[in-house]
Design a binder for this molecule. Structure first.
Ligand code: NAD
Length: 354
Protein backbone atom coordinates (compact mmCIF):
# COMPACT_ATOMS: atom_id res chain seq x y z
CA UNK A 1 0.00 0.00 0.00
CA UNK A 2 1.42 3.43 -0.87
CA UNK A 3 1.26 6.34 1.57
CA UNK A 4 -1.76 8.46 0.60
CA UNK A 5 -1.86 12.27 0.69
CA UNK A 6 -1.92 14.27 3.93
CA UNK A 7 -4.50 13.44 6.58
CA UNK A 8 -6.23 16.37 8.31
CA UNK A 9 -5.92 15.66 12.04
CA UNK A 10 -7.71 17.29 14.99
CA UNK A 11 -6.90 16.74 18.66
CA UNK A 12 -9.56 17.01 21.36
CA UNK A 13 -8.00 17.30 24.83
CA UNK A 14 -4.62 19.03 24.95
CA UNK A 15 -3.00 17.64 28.11
CA UNK A 16 -0.16 15.16 28.67
CA UNK A 17 -1.06 12.93 25.72
CA UNK A 18 -2.90 15.37 23.42
CA UNK A 19 -0.04 17.88 23.32
CA UNK A 20 2.44 15.16 22.41
CA UNK A 21 0.20 13.56 19.78
CA UNK A 22 -0.41 16.97 18.17
CA UNK A 23 3.35 17.54 18.01
CA UNK A 24 4.03 14.01 16.73
CA UNK A 25 1.36 14.23 14.01
CA UNK A 26 2.75 17.61 12.93
CA UNK A 27 6.15 15.92 12.37
CA UNK A 28 4.69 13.42 9.85
CA UNK A 29 4.98 14.19 6.14
CA UNK A 30 1.52 12.72 5.52
CA UNK A 31 -0.36 14.55 8.29
CA UNK A 32 -1.43 18.08 9.07
CA UNK A 33 -2.79 19.20 12.45
CA UNK A 34 -5.67 21.54 11.64
CA UNK A 35 -6.77 22.31 15.19
CA UNK A 36 -6.71 21.42 18.87
CA UNK A 37 -9.53 21.67 21.39
CA UNK A 38 -8.77 23.36 24.73
CA UNK A 39 -11.15 23.91 27.64
CA UNK A 40 -9.21 26.73 29.35
CA UNK A 41 -6.95 29.58 28.16
CA UNK A 42 -4.01 28.40 30.29
CA UNK A 43 -0.28 28.12 29.51
CA UNK A 44 -0.84 25.10 27.26
CA UNK A 45 -3.37 27.10 25.20
CA UNK A 46 -0.90 30.01 24.93
CA UNK A 47 1.83 27.62 23.79
CA UNK A 48 -0.49 26.06 21.20
CA UNK A 49 -1.27 29.53 19.86
CA UNK A 50 2.40 30.53 19.76
CA UNK A 51 3.20 27.28 17.90
CA UNK A 52 0.62 28.28 15.28
CA UNK A 53 -1.91 25.58 16.20
CA UNK A 54 -5.48 26.79 15.62
CA UNK A 55 -7.46 26.71 18.89
CA UNK A 56 -11.00 25.37 19.22
CA UNK A 57 -13.20 25.01 22.31
CA UNK A 58 -15.65 22.21 23.25
CA UNK A 59 -18.70 24.53 22.94
CA UNK A 60 -19.23 28.26 22.25
CA UNK A 61 -19.65 28.81 26.04
CA UNK A 62 -15.88 28.41 26.62
CA UNK A 63 -14.84 30.85 23.87
CA UNK A 64 -15.35 34.08 25.84
CA UNK A 65 -12.63 33.28 28.40
CA UNK A 66 -10.15 32.70 25.55
CA UNK A 67 -11.06 36.01 23.91
CA UNK A 68 -10.60 37.79 27.25
CA UNK A 69 -7.13 36.20 27.48
CA UNK A 70 -6.32 37.54 24.01
CA UNK A 71 -6.44 34.14 22.31
CA UNK A 72 -8.14 33.68 18.95
CA UNK A 73 -10.67 30.84 18.89
CA UNK A 74 -11.47 29.33 15.49
CA UNK A 75 -14.70 27.73 16.62
CA UNK A 76 -16.22 24.90 18.59
CA UNK A 77 -15.44 21.18 18.36
CA UNK A 78 -18.31 20.72 15.90
CA UNK A 79 -16.60 23.23 13.55
CA UNK A 80 -13.27 21.40 13.85
CA UNK A 81 -14.97 18.10 13.04
CA UNK A 82 -15.98 19.56 9.64
CA UNK A 83 -12.30 20.22 8.84
CA UNK A 84 -10.70 16.88 9.76
CA UNK A 85 -10.42 13.31 8.50
CA UNK A 86 -9.61 12.02 11.96
CA UNK A 87 -9.94 13.27 15.53
CA UNK A 88 -7.61 12.07 18.26
CA UNK A 89 -9.52 12.13 21.55
CA UNK A 90 -7.10 12.69 24.44
CA UNK A 91 -9.63 13.94 26.99
CA UNK A 92 -9.55 12.57 30.59
CA UNK A 93 -10.57 8.98 31.41
CA UNK A 94 -14.20 8.36 30.50
CA UNK A 95 -14.74 11.76 28.85
CA UNK A 96 -13.87 10.43 25.38
CA UNK A 97 -16.91 8.15 25.43
CA UNK A 98 -19.18 11.18 25.84
CA UNK A 99 -17.89 12.48 22.48
CA UNK A 100 -18.12 9.18 20.58
CA UNK A 101 -21.55 9.97 19.09
CA UNK A 102 -20.46 13.44 17.91
CA UNK A 103 -17.42 11.98 16.13
CA UNK A 104 -19.46 9.24 14.51
CA UNK A 105 -22.21 11.65 13.38
CA UNK A 106 -19.57 13.94 11.87
CA UNK A 107 -18.30 11.00 9.83
CA UNK A 108 -14.70 11.32 11.01
CA UNK A 109 -12.39 8.56 12.19
CA UNK A 110 -11.88 8.64 15.96
CA UNK A 111 -8.80 7.55 17.91
CA UNK A 112 -9.50 7.07 21.63
CA UNK A 113 -7.09 6.48 24.53
CA UNK A 114 -6.67 3.73 27.11
CA UNK A 115 -8.63 5.58 29.82
CA UNK A 116 -11.80 4.66 27.91
CA UNK A 117 -13.51 1.29 28.12
CA UNK A 118 -12.56 -1.04 25.26
CA UNK A 119 -16.18 -0.89 24.05
CA UNK A 120 -15.72 2.78 23.04
CA UNK A 121 -14.08 1.72 19.75
CA UNK A 122 -14.24 -1.01 17.14
CA UNK A 123 -10.76 -2.25 18.05
CA UNK A 124 -8.12 -1.86 20.80
CA UNK A 125 -4.74 -1.21 19.24
CA UNK A 126 -1.01 -1.71 19.61
CA UNK A 127 0.87 -1.12 16.34
CA UNK A 128 3.30 -4.03 16.53
CA UNK A 129 0.62 -6.51 17.66
CA UNK A 130 -2.55 -5.91 15.64
CA UNK A 131 -2.17 -3.02 13.18
CA UNK A 132 -4.08 -4.88 10.46
CA UNK A 133 -7.19 -5.23 12.64
CA UNK A 134 -7.47 -1.42 12.76
CA UNK A 135 -7.17 -0.82 9.01
CA UNK A 136 -10.22 1.10 7.79
CA UNK A 137 -11.96 1.06 11.21
CA UNK A 138 -14.06 4.12 12.05
CA UNK A 139 -12.84 4.06 15.67
CA UNK A 140 -9.66 2.75 17.29
CA UNK A 141 -8.64 2.73 20.97
CA UNK A 142 -4.91 3.00 21.72
CA UNK A 143 -4.43 0.96 24.90
CA UNK A 144 -2.95 2.52 28.06
CA UNK A 145 0.73 3.21 28.68
CA UNK A 146 1.25 0.14 30.91
CA UNK A 147 -0.62 -2.09 28.47
CA UNK A 148 1.35 -0.68 25.53
CA UNK A 149 4.58 -1.44 27.42
CA UNK A 150 3.50 -5.01 28.16
CA UNK A 151 2.35 -5.57 24.58
CA UNK A 152 5.64 -4.26 23.13
CA UNK A 153 7.72 -6.97 24.81
CA UNK A 154 5.07 -9.71 24.60
CA UNK A 155 4.50 -9.23 20.86
CA UNK A 156 8.25 -9.00 20.15
CA UNK A 157 8.78 -12.34 21.89
CA UNK A 158 5.63 -13.85 20.44
CA UNK A 159 6.59 -13.15 16.84
CA UNK A 160 10.20 -14.33 17.29
CA UNK A 161 9.74 -17.30 19.64
CA UNK A 162 6.07 -17.70 20.66
CA UNK A 163 4.46 -16.86 24.01
CA UNK A 164 2.17 -19.12 26.07
CA UNK A 165 1.51 -17.09 29.21
CA UNK A 166 2.66 -14.00 31.13
CA UNK A 167 2.86 -12.89 34.77
CA UNK A 168 3.79 -9.28 35.41
CA UNK A 169 4.29 -7.03 38.43
CA UNK A 170 3.81 -3.32 37.69
CA UNK A 171 5.31 -0.47 39.72
CA UNK A 172 3.38 2.57 38.56
CA UNK A 173 4.27 6.24 38.73
CA UNK A 174 1.85 8.23 40.89
CA UNK A 175 1.19 11.24 38.67
CA UNK A 176 2.25 13.22 35.64
CA UNK A 177 4.06 16.53 36.25
CA UNK A 178 1.08 18.85 36.15
CA UNK A 179 -1.10 16.65 38.34
CA UNK A 180 -0.15 18.55 41.48
CA UNK A 181 -2.98 17.21 43.63
CA UNK A 182 -2.38 13.48 43.11
CA UNK A 183 -0.57 11.13 45.46
CA UNK A 184 0.64 9.09 47.17
CA UNK A 185 3.32 11.26 48.77
CA UNK A 186 4.55 8.65 51.24
CA UNK A 187 3.12 5.19 50.58
CA UNK A 188 3.22 2.21 48.26
CA UNK A 189 -0.42 1.71 47.29
CA UNK A 190 -1.77 -1.60 46.00
CA UNK A 191 -3.43 -0.69 42.71
CA UNK A 192 -5.82 -2.42 43.10
CA UNK A 193 -5.64 -4.57 46.28
CA UNK A 194 -6.61 -7.66 44.30
CA UNK A 195 -5.02 -9.72 41.56
CA UNK A 196 -5.24 -9.57 38.61
CA UNK A 197 -5.13 -5.81 38.08
CA UNK A 198 -7.10 -4.46 35.11
CA UNK A 199 -3.94 -4.48 32.95
CA UNK A 200 -4.28 -8.21 32.24
CA UNK A 201 -7.75 -7.69 30.76
CA UNK A 202 -6.48 -4.69 28.81
CA UNK A 203 -3.67 -6.76 27.26
CA UNK A 204 -6.31 -9.33 26.31
CA UNK A 205 -8.32 -6.62 24.54
CA UNK A 206 -5.52 -6.87 21.93
CA UNK A 207 -4.37 -10.49 22.44
CA UNK A 208 -7.56 -12.35 23.50
CA UNK A 209 -5.79 -15.75 23.41
CA UNK A 210 -3.10 -14.85 25.96
CA UNK A 211 -3.07 -16.32 29.48
CA UNK A 212 -1.89 -13.38 31.60
CA UNK A 213 -2.00 -12.19 35.21
CA UNK A 214 -0.84 -8.77 36.43
CA UNK A 215 -0.47 -7.12 39.83
CA UNK A 216 0.29 -3.43 40.36
CA UNK A 217 1.35 -0.91 43.00
CA UNK A 218 1.67 2.89 42.80
CA UNK A 219 4.78 4.65 44.14
CA UNK A 220 5.61 8.34 44.71
CA UNK A 221 7.38 9.26 41.45
CA UNK A 222 6.40 11.10 38.27
CA UNK A 223 9.09 9.69 36.02
CA UNK A 224 8.20 6.24 34.61
CA UNK A 225 6.56 2.91 35.34
CA UNK A 226 8.71 -0.21 35.92
CA UNK A 227 7.51 -3.78 35.24
CA UNK A 228 8.91 -7.16 36.22
CA UNK A 229 7.71 -9.47 33.44
CA UNK A 230 7.79 -13.26 33.50
CA UNK A 231 6.98 -14.97 30.19
CA UNK A 232 6.41 -18.66 29.47
CA UNK A 233 7.63 -19.18 25.89
CA UNK A 234 6.40 -21.73 23.35
CA UNK A 235 9.64 -23.70 23.55
CA UNK A 236 13.05 -23.35 25.14
CA UNK A 237 15.20 -20.40 24.12
CA UNK A 238 18.60 -19.02 25.01
CA UNK A 239 19.14 -15.71 26.78
CA UNK A 240 20.79 -14.40 23.60
CA UNK A 241 17.71 -15.32 21.53
CA UNK A 242 15.40 -13.49 23.93
CA UNK A 243 17.60 -10.38 23.95
CA UNK A 244 17.87 -10.48 20.16
CA UNK A 245 14.07 -10.78 19.78
CA UNK A 246 13.58 -7.71 22.00
CA UNK A 247 16.36 -5.76 20.31
CA UNK A 248 14.94 -6.49 16.86
CA UNK A 249 11.68 -4.74 17.72
CA UNK A 250 11.60 -1.22 16.24
CA UNK A 251 10.09 0.22 19.45
CA UNK A 252 12.15 -1.48 22.14
CA UNK A 253 15.48 -0.20 23.45
CA UNK A 254 17.60 -2.83 25.17
CA UNK A 255 19.76 -0.81 27.57
CA UNK A 256 22.87 -2.22 29.18
CA UNK A 257 23.29 -0.90 32.70
CA UNK A 258 26.95 -1.94 32.83
CA UNK A 259 27.82 -0.07 29.59
CA UNK A 260 25.61 3.03 30.03
CA UNK A 261 25.71 3.38 33.83
CA UNK A 262 21.89 3.61 33.86
CA UNK A 263 20.22 1.73 36.72
CA UNK A 264 17.14 3.88 37.33
CA UNK A 265 14.26 5.67 35.65
CA UNK A 266 15.75 9.00 36.75
CA UNK A 267 18.94 8.32 34.77
CA UNK A 268 16.92 7.25 31.72
CA UNK A 269 14.95 10.50 31.75
CA UNK A 270 18.11 12.51 32.43
CA UNK A 271 19.79 10.91 29.40
CA UNK A 272 16.74 11.54 27.21
CA UNK A 273 16.44 15.18 28.29
CA UNK A 274 19.70 16.00 26.56
CA UNK A 275 18.82 14.46 23.19
CA UNK A 276 15.02 14.28 22.89
CA UNK A 277 12.23 16.88 22.76
CA UNK A 278 10.74 17.07 26.31
CA UNK A 279 13.03 14.17 27.36
CA UNK A 280 10.46 11.72 26.00
CA UNK A 281 11.19 8.00 25.62
CA UNK A 282 8.42 6.54 23.43
CA UNK A 283 10.30 3.24 23.18
CA UNK A 284 9.89 0.49 25.76
CA UNK A 285 13.18 0.18 27.68
CA UNK A 286 14.32 -3.33 28.65
CA UNK A 287 17.29 -3.55 31.02
CA UNK A 288 19.68 -6.01 29.37
CA UNK A 289 21.29 -7.42 32.51
CA UNK A 290 17.84 -8.14 33.99
CA UNK A 291 17.04 -10.64 31.21
CA UNK A 292 17.13 -14.14 32.63
CA UNK A 293 16.11 -17.31 30.74
CA UNK A 294 15.66 -20.85 32.05
CA UNK A 295 14.31 -23.21 29.42
CA UNK A 296 10.88 -21.91 28.40
CA UNK A 297 10.78 -19.21 31.08
CA UNK A 298 12.10 -15.71 30.43
CA UNK A 299 12.00 -12.79 32.83
CA UNK A 300 13.18 -9.20 32.62
CA UNK A 301 12.66 -5.68 33.99
CA UNK A 302 11.28 -3.00 31.68
CA UNK A 303 10.55 0.72 32.00
CA UNK A 304 7.67 2.64 30.44
CA UNK A 305 7.65 6.41 29.92
CA UNK A 306 3.96 6.91 30.55
CA UNK A 307 3.77 10.37 28.98
CA UNK A 308 5.08 9.32 25.58
CA UNK A 309 4.91 5.55 24.94
CA UNK A 310 1.44 5.76 23.36
CA UNK A 311 2.34 8.71 21.11
CA UNK A 312 3.74 6.73 18.12
CA UNK A 313 0.82 4.30 18.54
CA UNK A 314 -1.61 7.19 18.03
CA UNK A 315 0.20 8.22 14.85
CA UNK A 316 0.02 4.64 13.52
CA UNK A 317 -3.63 4.36 14.58
CA UNK A 318 -4.39 7.43 12.44
CA UNK A 319 -2.78 5.81 9.39
CA UNK A 320 -4.44 2.45 10.05
CA UNK A 321 -7.93 3.89 10.51
CA UNK A 322 -7.63 5.91 7.30
CA UNK A 323 -6.02 3.02 5.41
CA UNK A 324 -3.04 5.24 4.55
CA UNK A 325 -0.25 2.68 4.95
CA UNK A 326 0.44 -0.88 6.02
CA UNK A 327 1.96 -1.68 9.41
CA UNK A 328 5.59 -1.77 8.32
CA UNK A 329 5.35 1.48 6.33
CA UNK A 330 3.55 3.29 9.12
CA UNK A 331 5.86 2.17 11.92
CA UNK A 332 8.90 3.08 9.81
CA UNK A 333 7.51 6.52 8.88
CA UNK A 334 6.51 7.30 12.48
CA UNK A 335 9.83 6.14 13.89
CA UNK A 336 11.87 8.11 11.35
CA UNK A 337 9.90 11.31 11.92
CA UNK A 338 10.18 11.03 15.72
CA UNK A 339 13.73 9.65 15.92
CA UNK A 340 12.53 6.46 17.59
CA UNK A 341 15.03 3.62 17.99
CA UNK A 342 18.13 5.74 18.56
CA UNK A 343 18.93 7.16 21.97
CA UNK A 344 22.60 8.15 21.93
CA UNK A 345 24.53 6.74 24.86
CA UNK A 346 21.84 4.17 25.64
CA UNK A 347 20.89 2.12 22.59
CA UNK A 348 20.40 2.03 18.84
CA UNK A 349 23.54 4.03 18.00
CA UNK A 350 27.19 3.13 17.42
CA UNK A 351 28.15 4.69 20.74
CA UNK A 352 25.95 2.22 22.62
CA UNK A 353 26.05 -1.33 21.29
CA UNK A 354 22.55 -2.54 20.76
P1 NAD B 1 -4.71 15.16 30.90
O1 NAD B 1 -5.58 15.45 32.08
O2 NAD B 1 -3.27 15.49 30.97
O3 NAD B 1 -5.30 15.90 29.61
C1 NAD B 1 -6.65 15.93 29.32
C2 NAD B 1 -6.98 17.25 28.66
O4 NAD B 1 -8.36 17.26 28.28
C3 NAD B 1 -6.77 18.45 29.59
O5 NAD B 1 -6.13 19.47 28.87
C4 NAD B 1 -8.21 18.85 29.98
O6 NAD B 1 -8.32 20.24 30.23
C5 NAD B 1 -8.96 18.48 28.71
N1 NAD B 1 -10.40 18.26 28.91
C6 NAD B 1 -11.06 17.98 30.06
N2 NAD B 1 -12.37 17.83 29.80
C7 NAD B 1 -12.53 18.04 28.48
C8 NAD B 1 -13.65 18.05 27.63
N3 NAD B 1 -14.89 17.82 28.10
N4 NAD B 1 -13.47 18.30 26.31
C9 NAD B 1 -12.23 18.53 25.82
N5 NAD B 1 -11.13 18.55 26.58
C10 NAD B 1 -11.28 18.30 27.90
O7 NAD B 1 -4.95 13.63 30.56
P2 NAD B 1 -3.92 12.65 29.84
O8 NAD B 1 -2.97 12.12 30.85
O9 NAD B 1 -3.37 13.31 28.62
O10 NAD B 1 -4.89 11.45 29.48
C11 NAD B 1 -5.72 11.49 28.33
C12 NAD B 1 -6.08 10.05 27.97
O11 NAD B 1 -4.87 9.35 27.67
C13 NAD B 1 -6.77 9.26 29.08
O12 NAD B 1 -7.64 8.33 28.49
C14 NAD B 1 -5.62 8.52 29.74
O13 NAD B 1 -6.00 7.35 30.42
C15 NAD B 1 -4.77 8.21 28.51
N6 NAD B 1 -3.35 7.96 28.80
C16 NAD B 1 -2.68 8.73 29.69
C17 NAD B 1 -1.35 8.44 29.95
C18 NAD B 1 -0.57 9.21 30.97
O14 NAD B 1 0.31 8.64 31.59
N7 NAD B 1 -0.82 10.46 31.17
C19 NAD B 1 -0.70 7.41 29.28
C20 NAD B 1 -1.40 6.69 28.33
C21 NAD B 1 -2.74 6.96 28.11
Amino acid sequence: MALRSRAAVGVNGFGTIGRRVAWAASQQRDMEVVGVVKTKPDYAAMQAASAGLPLYVPGEREAEAFRRAGLEVRGALRDLLKEVDVIVDATPDGVGATYAKAYSEAGVRAIFQGGEEASVAKVSFSALCNYDEAVGKESVRVVSCNTTGLLRSICALNSAIGVKSVNAFLVRRAADLQEVKRGPVNAIVLNPARVPSHHAGDVRSVLPWLEISTAAVVVPTTLMHVHYVNVRLRGAATREEVIEALRASPRVLVVSSSRSGVESTAQLIDAARHVRPRGDIPELVVFEESVSVRGEEASFIQAVHQESIVVPENVDAIRASLGMADAEESVRATNEALGIGRLPGLAGSPSAKG
